[in-house]
Design a protein around this ligand. Sequence first.
Ligand code: IMP
Ligand code: MG
Length: 419
Amino acid sequence: MTTRYRVEYALKTHRRDQLIEWIKGLLAVPFVLHSQPTVVFHEESIRLAAVATATQQRYAEIMRDVELLIKDHINHNNRSLPGKSKLKLLVPTVGHFFTPLLLEDAFIYQDQRRHISRRRFVAPSFNDVRLTLNTAQLMGLVRSSAIRLLTFDGDVTLYEDGCCLDGDNPVLSRLLRLLSQGKKIGIVTAAGYTEPSHYYLRLKGLLDAVKADTSLTPDQKSGLIVMGGESNFLFRYDQSSPHLLSFVPRSEWMLDEMHTWNDKDIDELLNVAEASLRECVSNLSLPANVLRKSRAVGIYPVKGKKMHREQLEETVLVVQNMVERSEVGKKLPFCAFNGGNDVFIDIGDKSWGVRACQRYFGGIDRSTTLHVGDQFLSAGANDFKARTACTTAWIANPAETVQLLDEMFELESEYSKGE
Ligand code: IMP
Ligand code: MG
């Protein structure tokens, strides 16, 4: 492996989402051909408006074509002919879609809010495409089937990194509304603790709000669960428990394949990961401590210090590589990720976590489940793994989660009026 290859592979491929980059590239063509950088605004505003309308049309046409390619990709996958999908040839890393994506309508929706086609100097960006994909996914879900389960990542998705879900967080009223609609909520977080008290500290605002809400029925309240350590510890909302959560024994929710995960292999995998983490701490002189748990091992900064992104990413890639190359790494699923200021290796991953939530609620389908998270790059990111278990939305901060839920409520009410 040459150095050049390693740089391309580790620092470029994994740090980009190929579907988004590809769509961005398609939209760049009309942007280049139609943008009018030399026009002076107030002099020629009528002409500019006409150009914006034409540009919007071009962008929307491209989105419609991508929408059709995705439909074709879904058809090929359903007929077990993934190799014949044209989209797969164009974007080799593309995965499964569990519903159609309504990209043309979603683009118009986002364009009305972000005025993408009115811009003359800044081409359609990564965030424009990411948000359009989120809207297209919501539209696909709302129009093709009802959403029954929403799973949320914790840090950065529901609250700021390393913080807690407090009583004044605007997402709370939206989560209560989801429960009142009879939807199920799973908080699928990497944070792995065996004691309900730890989750109560992180999620106090939500748990207290559910308790205090007298309009929710006990059945609706039981629609709230917390899956910790990616896929390792399940808790259900329990009004009678001091921390409002009760531990659910593994036998009640484990997926069949999880029965082969034995303690010896788990220990062995964590040993490989821990040795590799310690090597990184020493090689890179990281100001970090190692933390070993029953189902995870990680490093976190010593008090008052921070690690920089490159150190965290290097550590994730080294450890991931070492574990993948070990015998036990081929037997047991694991997830190595950069938590912003720490690195953790967990047994299992969020695809298992989401699937276990689906099973716990009696077998909810992938096409009626939405996972919302902030980590969707293919290396060093843990929400990415959920893509094989359900539909997903990629948000960048907690405010976007609130916006996404409001968008969903709006689309649902429009759809029910139109029916
Ligand atoms: P998430 O964004 O909700 O998935 O939470 C990830 C964060 O939880 C990590 O960055 C860590 O700071 C913290 N954490 C605490 N315990 C664990 C663990 O056992 N595994 C992984 N992350 C953990
Ligand atoms: Mg997160």
